[in-house]
Design a protein around this ligand. Sequence first.
Ligand code: SF4
Ligand code: SF4
Length: 185
Amino acid sequence: MDSSYAIESFLRQVDHFPQVVFVDYGLIQQLFGKEVSDALHRMEAFAARERVCDDCGGLCCQDVGCELYAPHFTICPIHRVRPIVCRFHFCHKFDVFDKPAVLQLRDIFLGCYMALDNWGHDNLRALDIPPLSTVVPEFTHRITPWVEEARDRQADPDEVARMVYAQAVDVLETGMRTRNGLTRQ
Ligand code: SF4
Ligand code: SF4
């Protein structure tokens, strides 16, 4: 993996998007390049195959105080569009699969994150944790009561997860439409 290329590519483009807090693989590839996107794909496939995160229940999500964490969700409700900081986090359980890739992806993330110190573009704040309340406050405000109901078992966690995911996809797709409109002008 060419770490320098990935970092330079991300920093060159990050402020060209209305938002980068919710990302899918298409946006990951645009931002970091195909090598990084493929490496993240491989790590995710390993995790799914071995039930690495499923069986853990999201300890790291709980530790960072993520606004979306609820023990009753079977998986992060926005897993398919989860933030960059979540996609680049691999605990020690991933070392047996491909430790060199874990270290390289960590370096790439840190290389991008360190730009926060001297370049305060709003989109860079999407790399911080917990990821959501400071970057997409309206989204967080909307979904927080739902997540609290799921935590208290007052609402069906699967239904809440579907509602939260739909809101995140809406933010992602609205951002991409805005960008496409701007680049056509
Ligand atoms: S990355 Fe590690 S701590 Fe986090 S959910 Fe997966 S297995 Fe658990
Ligand atoms: S958004 Fe990130 S930290 Fe929060 S639950 Fe999902 S994967 Fe975990």
